[in-house]
Design a protein around this ligand. Structure first.
Ligand code: KIV
Length: 271
């Protein structure tokens, strides 16, 4: 615990204990200070500075273009807004796939420059050497299996993964491997709920699902999606807790009207 605060920070060990106790883990994304403050104040256990920032913050069609410098900027902003939640940062595409040394350098930059608590990267056996190298340097690593958006060009889209037995078997093996080499948890994205349950029951480390059913040890959603800012994005797995796109555009339209009609500012809002 920090000497500056009474708030008990969530750690990777807390997540392992939560799984052991059967307590579900909540995760949301955040990419900026103001959102991170709200997400943390809402009591989420862990915040992911996802490379989905490429989509929701920068408007790219895929997560591939975001750079390590850009992820570091987002993560620094988030860390400044968080007191309790564990902050995990995605290693972006191209910063860990080529060799373990490069992967470690990328992970070290994130940990040193942002003071986040852990990193996440996508893939199974193919990236095992990189994961080992990072874990051996004392950096907590979360894995990510199933739909791995950085491979969208190879996968051919964002559809459900591991429907067929061969892919499901590889996923089960990859999950075991990631646990063996020291990952503290795994994101399971867009796979059948029955498979996610099987993976979750086979592991000591927690699974965090997105489109992977209720039996994962925790759930993650993209913040902008769950508060309904992303108009038109409505996959089956998404529950919208608010409809902020309509609320915000409505408020802006009202402001424009007030300005045009000299209803803003009024006397009380003037000096
Ligand atoms: O980048 C991201 O937001 C993610 C989550 C969808 C798990 O990886």
């Amino acid at each position: 615990m920090s000497i500056h605060s009474e708030i008990k920070k969530v750690t990777t060990t807390s997540l392992l204990k939560m799984k052991a106790k059967g307590e579900k883990i909540s995760m949301l994304t955040a990419y900026d200070f103001t959102t991170a403050r709200m997400v943390d104040a809402g009591g989420v256990d862990t915040i992911l500075v996802g490379d989905s920032a490429a989509n929701v913050m920068a408007g790219y069609a895929t997560t591939l273009p975001i750079t390590l410098d850009q992820m570091i900027y987002h993560a620094q902003s988030v860390v400044r807004g968080v007191q309790r939640a564990l902050v995990i940062v995605d290693l972006p595409f191209g910063t860990y796939q080529s060799n373990p040394e490069k992967a470690l350098e990328s992970a070290i930059r994130i940990m040193k420059e942002t003071e986040a608590n852990a990193i996440k990267l996508e893939g199974g056996a193919e990236v095992a050497d990189s994961i080992k190298k990072i874990v051996d340097a004392g950096i907590p690593v979360m894995g990510h299996l199933g739909l791995t958006p950085q491979s969208v060009n190879q996968l051919g889209g964002y559809g459900l993964r591991a429907k067929e037995d061969a892919e499901a078997q590889k996923l089960l093996q990859d999950a075991q491997l990631l646990q063996e080499i020291g990952c503290f948890g795994l994101v399971l994205e867009k796979i059948p709920a029955a498979l996610a349950k099987q993976v979750t029951e086979s592991l000591r480390i927690p699974t965090i699902g997105i489109g992977a059913g209720v039996d994962c040890d925790g759930q993650v959603l993209v913040y902008h999606d769950m508060v309904g800012m992303n108009d038109g994005f409505a996959p089956k797995f998404l529950r919208k807790y608010l409809h902020l796109y309509a609320e915000i555009t409505g408020a802006i339209a009202q402001y424009v009207k007030d300005v045009k009609e000299k209803n803003f500012p009024n006397e009380a809002e003037s000096y």
